[in-house]
Design a binder for this molecule. Structure first.
Ligand code: R5P
Length: 296
C-alpha cells in the first residue's frame, strides 16, 4: 500500500546544499556512463586510483607457461591479493572460484600460437560472453608497426564499439614484437593511438627514459606490463618507477607467479603500488613475508 503519510512528512531536501558533485579520479573517465565508470573502479582502487592486476593469460598463445601449470593451485589462492585478474575465459571458468571479489579483465583477442606470427590475431570472444561472465573489462592486443597492424586496430575498435553498447571498458595492450624497440617514442605512439581510438585503459611496457612523457601523452590510465622474470628487487624498482612516473598501477604476471614466493611478491608489489613504499623497503617486506611462509 502506498505510504502517503511518510511522503507527506518528507522534508529533508536541504535546499541550501548544492547537489553532490562526484569527483572523477579515473583519468579520461568523467564522460563515460555510470556502469563503465563503476567497472573501472572495480579495477582501479578508488582510494589510490591504481591497480595491482595479476596477469595469467599467457596460455592463450604459449600454452602451459612455467608457473601456470595449475592455475587452480598456483593462481586462485592469490586472487584475494589482486585488485583485478587478467586471464582467458577458459582459465577463469575452469580454475577460479566464481565467488572471487577481484575485478575481471578478460582476454578477448587471439589466434596464432607462439609458433607463428603473433600479430595475426582476431577478436576471440563475443562481448555477450564478457557480460555473462560479469567482466569489468576486456583486453585486446594492438600491434602498432606489426605485420597485421590494421587488423589488430580493427579488433580493438570492434571491441570498443561492442563495449560501449554493453558498458564494458576495453584495455588496449601495446604488443611489442621482437623487431620493435621499447622506447618512449614507440610506446608514446602506440599508447596514444590506442587511447584516441577509444580504449578506456592502456597497458604498456616500462621504459627507463621518457616513461613520464608516455603517460602524460595518453589521456586514459596507463598500466605497466610486467615482462619477463627479473630478480624481485629489480621488478619492484621497475614498478615503483612506473607508478611514480604516473602509471595507474601494474599488470604483472611472470614477476609474480614465477617468484620464489608469489604471495610475498604480491604483498611487496601492493606496497609499492598502493602505499608508494620505496622498492628497497618493499623488497624487505618480500623477504620477511617469504621467511614467515617458510616457517609456517
Ligand atoms: C601480454 O599481454 C600477456 O598477455 C600478459 O598479460 C602480459 O605480458 C603481462 O604478463 P607479464 O607480466 O608476464 O609480461
Amino acid at each position: 500500500m502506498a505510504d502517503l503519510e511518510g511522503n507527506a512528512d518528507a522534508k529533508k531536501f536541504h535546499p541550501d546544499v548544492p547537489a553532490v558533485r562526484f569527483t572523477h579520479a579515473i583519468r579520461g573517465a568523467a564522460n563515460l556512463d555510470w556502469g563503465m565508470q563503476n567497472r573501472l573502479a572495480r579495477i582501479l582502487d578508488p582510494e589510490t586510483g591504481r591497480t595491482v592486476m595479476l596477469a595469467f593469460d599467457h596460455g592463450y598463445f604459449q600454452g602451459p607457461t612455467s608457473g601456470l601449470e595449475r592455475v587452480d593451485l598456483g593462481i586462485a589462492p592469490l586472487a584475494g591479493q589482486a585488485d583485478a585478474l587478467m586471464c582467458t575465459r577458459g582459465a577463469l571458468r575452469t580454475s577460479i572460484p566464481p565467488a572471487t571479489r577481484a575485478g575481471l579483465v578478460l582476454r578477448a583477442s587471439g589466434g596464432p600460437s607462439v609458433l607463428k606470427e603473433l600479430s595475426d590475431e582476431y577478436t576471440a570472444m563475443a562481448m555477450a560472453d564478457a557480460v555473462r561472465i560479469n567482466a569489468d573489462a576486456v583486453a585486446v592486443q594492438v600491434f602498432v608497426g606489426g605485420e597485421h597492424e590494421s587488423r589488430s586496430i580493427r579488433n580493438l575498435t570492434t571491441l570498443i564499439d561492442e563495449g560501449y553498447a554493453a558498458g564494458i571498458p576495453v584495455l588496449g595492450v601495446t604488443a611489442v614484437g621482437k623487431e620493435l624497440v621499447r622506447d618512449a617514442r614507440y610506446l608514446g605512439l602506440a599508447t596514444r593511438i590506442i587511447a584516441e581510438l577509444g580504449a578506456q585503459l592502456v597497458k604498456t611496457y616500462y621504459c627507463e627514459d621518457g616513461f613520464e612523457d608516455v603517460v602524460a601523452g595518453c589521456p586514459v590510465p596507463v598500466i605497466m606490463a610486467g615482462g619477463k622474470k627479473l630478480p624481485e628487487l629489480e621488478a619492484l624498482t621497475m614498478a615503483s618507477r612506473a607508478v611514480r612516473a604516473g602509471a595507474a598501477g601494474v599488470d604483472m604476471g611472470r614477476n609474480i607467479f614465477q617468484s620464489a614466493d608469489p604471495g610475498a611478491m604480491m604483498t611487496a608489489v601492493r606496497a609499492v603500488v598502493h602505499d608508494d613504499l620505496d622498492p628497497v623497503d618493499a623488497y624487505e617486506l618480500f623477504r620477511e613475508a617469504t621467511s614467515a611462509s617458510v616457517l609456517a
